[in-house]
Structure formats: structure tokens, C-alpha cells
Design a protein around this ligand. Sequence first.
Ligand SMILES: [Ca+2]
Ligand SMILES: [Ca+2]
Ligand SMILES: [Ca+2]
Length: 157
Amino acid sequence: MIMNIKKHIKSTILSSFIATSLISGAALAVLSTELQDTNGDGVISAEEITAARDAGKAEKLAQFDADGSGELSRDERRAMRDARYDAMLVAYDADGDGELSKDERRAAKDARRAAVDVQLDVNGDGDVSAEEAAGMEQVKAEREDKRGRKRGKKRDS
Ligand SMILES: [Ca+2]
Ligand SMILES: [Ca+2]
Ligand SMILES: [Ca+2]
């Protein structure tokens, strides 16, 4: 896992981000799903993103499914959120007051986005081209679509 992440270090933003995240295993949960151009075609496709997400889910279960039921109960979910928050504090509580201010939250979000962009930039030219972004766009569109349908269902019932 750590070796894989190291392979993806392409910018100082990401490397410093990872350096802070490696402080504890739980901190890794902060890192957004690791994207890989598995078939080496130069772009991260929607399928590759979905695969990475599934792997991330499996990892989440391995880490937080305390009773091994195969899903996360409310308590387990809470433990996961707490662990994530703690990990975020370690990495992003810039003024060390033990809380994440709006600005600190924004910094965390920006770093996450930057980390995703670095991974999407498969050819490492510092720019996410339309081709490189296409897979992510597709995943986003599908997610929006799903959300929309769920909302629609709720309205019907
Ligand atoms: Ca690919
Ligand atoms: Ca703070
Ligand atoms: Ca690129």
C-alpha cells in the first residue's frame, strides 16, 4: 500500500501531504482513493476509478468492521469518522487548537483535490487534460445521476 502510494508521488504537494498522513495508519484513511492506470492506456478510466473506490471500501471494512459482519454499523461508522477526524487534525490543524477551522477544512479539501489531480495526471505534465479528466467526469456524472434517482424515489414514496 505504502509502496503504491510512493509510486504516485509526483508533486511536492502530494509528497508533503503523504508525509503527514503516514503518521498513523488511520491517517491513511484521509488520503482519497488511490487511482491507478491499471491497464496502462494513459488515462484513469471510470472503471479504474470504480475499482479503486471498491478497493478503498474493502480497506475501510478491514479497518473498521470490528465485529466482522461485512458492513459498518452505526458505531463502527462513528469510529471511522472519529479516526478520520483525528487523522485530519494531525495533518491539518495548522494552529494546533485541536479543531479544524473553516480555513483548515478548506486546506484539507484543497489538498485532497490536488492529490486526486496529481493521480489523474497520468503523463505527469502537471496538467489534467480533458482525456485524463474524462473518467472522473463520468464517475461524477453517474454519481449525480444516482443521487438524483434516489431523491426522485423519496419524493414518490
Ligand atoms: Ca487506464
Ligand atoms: Ca485549528
Ligand atoms: Ca497530464
